[in-house]
Design a binder for this molecule. Structure first.
Ligand code: MEV
Length: 308
């Protein structure tokens, strides 16, 4: 009989990406897109298949792993003492790769959960989250830990590095309607985070001023969300996008999607996640279908989600 599927949640960041790497707050929520995985017995070796991404491969020793998605998996197996155990790891992603929706963290969480279930390891969510964070470091360099936290716990959170992961869960009176627009341009978070780091190292004062402004509007975002003041939330998202532009992490396609959203009634629109391509989000309480259609007409993939 088939083992049940283990889940890692995808995410959107509403406010605070990039600045969160420098100790600012960020607000993130799980989206109804996930990555699922299961582990099956095998006779020899470790195989990884991700049919949807066309991945079918034997995991070689860690030194030989080059692809961004199997390097962390090799590390997980080592850390859990499972490197010598033959197995087949099957992964079923509903999240597109490298679109700013947390696919790498969701994949790590799904695989760790599947290993935990198959080998009856008895990992707690905190242990799982810590391990997924180690994977994110392998994949991303200096992550804040926000993606693995949402992938693990699947809650709507105000997050800050170094604080307990679910210290501040946000409560909303009603779901928040968003449209996710995908630029179709794959982007590596690692590259964007490194770019911001290089700029910050060169002019720390200049960039820390931007991080502080992002922190302040993120904290105002908590109030807007909890009082369901969507106009205010939309405005904060728009200003946040201006600051993300100041960090130079937007892209041509993301900017087009943002303009399309705003021209079609969105209260706010900004990139989400690492930027440099990837995805954007638009706050659309009135006419989400209109925004989705306009994005599709402009040649992009888009979908409605609600969070909270
Ligand atoms: C990526 O989803 C969010 C960033 O802030 C990086 C991080 O927090 O690790 C860009």
């Amino acid at each position: 009989h088939a083992e049940p599927l283990a889940t890692g949640h995808g995410k959107v960041i509403l406010l605070g990406e990039h600045a969160v790497v420098y100790g600012s707050h960020a607000i993130a929520a799980p989206v109804p897109l996930a990555i699922e995985a299961r582990v099956k017995e095998a006779h020899e070796g470790v195989s990884l298949i991700i049919p949807r991404w066309g991945v079918e491969q034997r995991l070689e020793s860690q030194a030989e792993q080059r692809r961004s998605f199997d390097r962390p998996i090799g590390m997980i197996l080592e850390k859990l003492g499972l490197a010598e155990r033959p197995m087949l790891i099957e992964v079923f992603p509903q999240i597109p790769r490298a679109m700013g929706l947390g696919s790498s963290a969701a994949l790590a969480v799904a695989v760790i959960r599947a290993l935990d279930e198959h080998f009856k390891l008895g990992l707690s969510d905190d242990e799982l989250n810590d391990l997924a964070y180690e994977c994110e470091k392998v994949a991303h360099g200096t992550p804040s830990g926000i993606d693995n936290t949402i992938a693990t716990f699947g809650r709507f959170l105000l997050y800050r590095m170094g604080e307990p992961p679910v210290k501040r869960q946000l409560s909303v009176p009603a779901p928040i309607p968003l449209v996710i627009g995908m630029s179709g341009v794959e982007s590596l978070t690692a590259k964007m985070v490194a770019r911001v780091r290089a700029a910050w190292e060169k002019s720390p004062g200049l960039y820390e001023g931007i991080f502080e402004q992002i922190d302040s509007l993120t904290l105002q975002g908590v109030k807007a969300i909890e009082s369901y003041d969507l106009e205010q939330l939309g405005e904060l998202m728009n200003i946040c996008q201006g600051l993300l532009n100041a960090l130079q992490v937007s892209s041509w396609e993301v900017e087009e999607l943002i303009q399309v959203a705003r021209n079609n009634g969105a209260l706010g629109a900004k990139l989400t996640g690492g930027g440099g391509g990837g995805s954007m989000i638009a706050l659309c309480p009135e006419s989400p279908e209109r925004v989705v259609n306009a994005m599709q007409e402009a040649g992009y993939q888009a979908m409605e989600v609600t969070i909270g």
